[in-house]
Design a protein around this ligand. Structure first.
Ligand SMILES: [Fe+2]
Ligand SMILES: [Fe+2]
Length: 213
């Protein structure tokens, strides 16, 4: 299974000294040297390893969602939206690849590759509103997912840098959610509401699986 990262991105992420900007968002927050500020993955408690494994899988899936959208949609507004967001998701994925060693990543990445791609490509067949509503549903889930990790880490001083990293990712996801919600509009048919519920439930199931496998 090939990585959704380009060769340049792969070589950058493989350098220990690479400066890891979490952000391609406009505010461009301070960059982080993940390897130097976060305790080694192997020394983290099991629950945190499982959570980060799910974060890595989720960011991998996010890149695939936008690749699915870009493979199908010819709508300029959708493509502009997807190209901006995929750049941020690739930054997130790079951060997670720095944090979670390859031996500790979920074995279900091929499934995330396929499910992510379909989660982007299927709504793109039905048009821009379906795409934006799908991203709103995904990012609503991801916001809650990061939030519960951030809250739990708040009790553990040793992981303040990791908490800040997750906060940066969460801020980006919230911005993605709000942009998508604004573009999707408020009127949703029954099929779109059903699809959004399926996307939310599918994301929750996938996270549970990635924590364990
Ligand atoms: Fe992300
Ligand atoms: Fe996102």
């Amino acid at each position: 299974m090939s990585s959704p990262l380009s060769n340049n991105e792969r070589s950058a992420s493989s350098q220990p000294s690479a400066i890891l900007g979490a952000a391609s968002r406009a505010s461009e927050q301070a960059s982080l040297h993940v390897a130097s500020v976060i305790p080694p993955f192997s020394q983290m408690p099991r629950w945190l390893q499982a959570e980060l494994r799910s974060d890595h899988a989720g960011e991998y899936g996010a890149v695939m969602i936008y690749r699915g959208i870009l493979a199908v949609s010819r709508d300029h507004s959708v493509r502009d939206f997807a190209e901006r967001h995929i750049a941020t998701e690739r930054d997130h994925l790079r951060l997670m690849e720095e944090t979670v060693p390859s031996s500790a990543r979920t074995q279900l990445l091929p499934l995330w590759w396929l499910m992510g791609w379909l989660t982007g490509a299927l709504p793109a067949i039905f048009g821009r509103h379906a795409v934006f509503a799908t991203i709103e549903a995904v990012e609503t889930f991801v916001d809650h997912h990061y939030r519960q990790q951030i809250d739990r880490l708040a009790e553990q001083e040793r992981y303040e840098s990791l908490r800040e990293l997750l906060l940066q990712c969460q801020e980006d996801e919230v911005s993605h959610r709000d942009e998508a919600a604004g573009l999707a509009g408020t009127s949703r048919g029954i099929l779109m509401r059903l699809w959004s519920a399926i996307v939310g439930a599918g994301s929750a199931t996938a996270v549970i699986a990635a924590r364990r496998i």
